[in-house]
Design a protein around this ligand. Structure first.
Ligand code: SF4
Ligand code: SF4
Length: 311
């Protein structure tokens, strides 16, 4: 079947062991205020305009067959896109001399994605790597993701998914037979804070976590450290206790805040006020939070894997 992807990144050293190919799928069940891949939130493919790259040549305006582009005199942004009228023909993208216009994803078949992944089979074998399905979140286009994983598995490639677990248990459960390792995110213990900063409560996520911890062969829990939001002692303590209950002695990695996220929002002409004044935690603060994990009997994982912005 066909699905929408943001990108496929070969020779990735993040998101799992060894050399990996990471497939970023479109669509996510959460709307985290700090999302590093905001182009992955929506499942559809949209046309984007980057005003900072536009030289105002107007070349795009003359080629659109559906009247989706306009340039109201004297108003910013210089080019306006009516996404409802855009038929995704790509003519404006081709006509634009500066890449100020681009699509935030593309449509591919699961077979085509798997074929790209399998090109690097020898590297996976030598390094203990494989394929990681990320996003967005694999639960949104789950049938597409399952087809990719099943093909890779059948070819002897180790499989990993990264998920926030916001979806029906039956969907998450369907990944068990084709996934060697699950990288799962927990963000906030307090349900009201969770809803405020991710757009959803955390009841379903917590229930899915409990079930997955009991069923998965390999599980790494990851907590993004967002200064003043998730990176507080109270939150880390509460999450650590929750993990210790359902996954005693489980591995937990803290993902330090990555300031590149704010740069990405700037490049995309998006509001980045949420990130104002935020900095990665220093080593002393990190040590303190990792110490909480150890106190709760968990295995702190503090290697290399910052969840870097994709671009
Ligand atoms: S992709 Fe095609 S339809 Fe959409 S704005 Fe560009 S030229 Fe118009
Ligand atoms: S073609 Fe590109 S650079 Fe020219 S006006 Fe359109 S978006 Fe701007």
């Amino acid at each position: 079947m066909d699905g929408n992807i943001i990108d496929i990144k070969r020779f990735s050293l993040h998101d799992g062991e060894g050399i990996r190919t990471t497939v970023f799928l479109k669509g996510c069940g959460l709307r985290c205020a700090w999302c590093h891949n905001p182009e992955g939130m929506d499942g559809g493919i949209s046309l984007w305009y980057l005003g900072s790259q536009c030289i105002r040549c107007r070349a795009c305006l003359g080629v659109c067959p559906s009247g989706a582009l306009s340039s109201p005199d004297g108003e910013e942004p210089f080019i306006r896109i009516d996404q409802g009228r855009c038929v995704k023909c790509g003519r404006c993208v081709e006509a634009c001399p500066t890449t100020a216009l681009s699509f935030d994803g593309r449509r591919l078949s699961s077979a085509a994605v798997a074929e790209i992944v399998l090109r690097d089979r020898d590297f996976y074998r030598q390094s203990g790597g494989g394929v990681t399905i990320s996003g967005g979140d694999p639960l949104v286009q789950h049938r597409f993701a399952l087809e990719i994983l099943a093909t890779c598995r059948a070819a002897g490639v180790r499989t990993v998914i990264e998920t926030c677990m916001q979806g029906p248990w039956e969907v998450l459960e369907a990944f068990l037979p084709v996934t060697d390792s699950f990288l799962v995110d927990l963000k906030l213990s307090d349900p009201i804070m969770h809803e405020r900063f991710t757009g959803r409560g955390n009841t379903l996520i917590r229930e899915n976590y409990r079930r997955l911890a009991a069923a998965a062969k390999d599980l790494l829990t990851r907590i993004p450290l967002i200064p003043g939001v998730t990176a507080t002692e109270d939150n880390i303590r509460a999450l650590a206790r929750f993990v210790a209950e359902s996954n005693p002695g489980g591995r937990v990695e803290l993902i330090n805040f990555n300031p590149l996220a704010a740069d990405k929002y700037r490049l995309m002409d998006r509001d980045r006020s949420f990130f104002r004044g935020m900095k990665p935690l220093g080593s002393e603060a990190l040590d303190g939070l990792y110490g909480i994990l150890a106190e709760e009997g968990l295995k702190p994982v503090r290697e290399h894997r910052s969840r870097a912005a994709r671009a």
